[in-house]
Ligand binder design. Structure first.
Ligand SMILES: [Zn+2]
Length: 79
């Protein structure tokens, strides 16, 4: 079952657990309900990796000839 985090004060669903207060009522969440510092660091790292990957893919796709796209595709399976 998917766990949905809810504000204990106004009971609305919180989609971004990285914020420290409720977007709706301003309730300050107990730290235990939020991501730990380690979690945040890990998420930040993932974000960075993702955006770097996307930037790379963007460059490849931006090259606009099909050949380079296919090369990139083949690379993925070549490990
Ligand atoms: Zn709230």
């Amino acid at each position: 079952m998917h766990f949905q985090f809810k504000c204990p004060e106004c009971n609305r669903a919180i989609y971004n657990r990285r914020v420290k207060t409720c977007e709706f009522c301003g309730y300050q969440f107990p730290v235990a309900l939020l991501y730990s510092e380690d979690d945040k660091k890990r998420l930040d790292e993932l974000d960075k990796k993702e955006s770097r990957k996307r930037a790379k893919e963007g460059l490849k796709l931006g090259g606009s000839d099909t050949g380079s796209f296919i090369d990139g595709f083949a690379d993925c399976g070549g490990d």
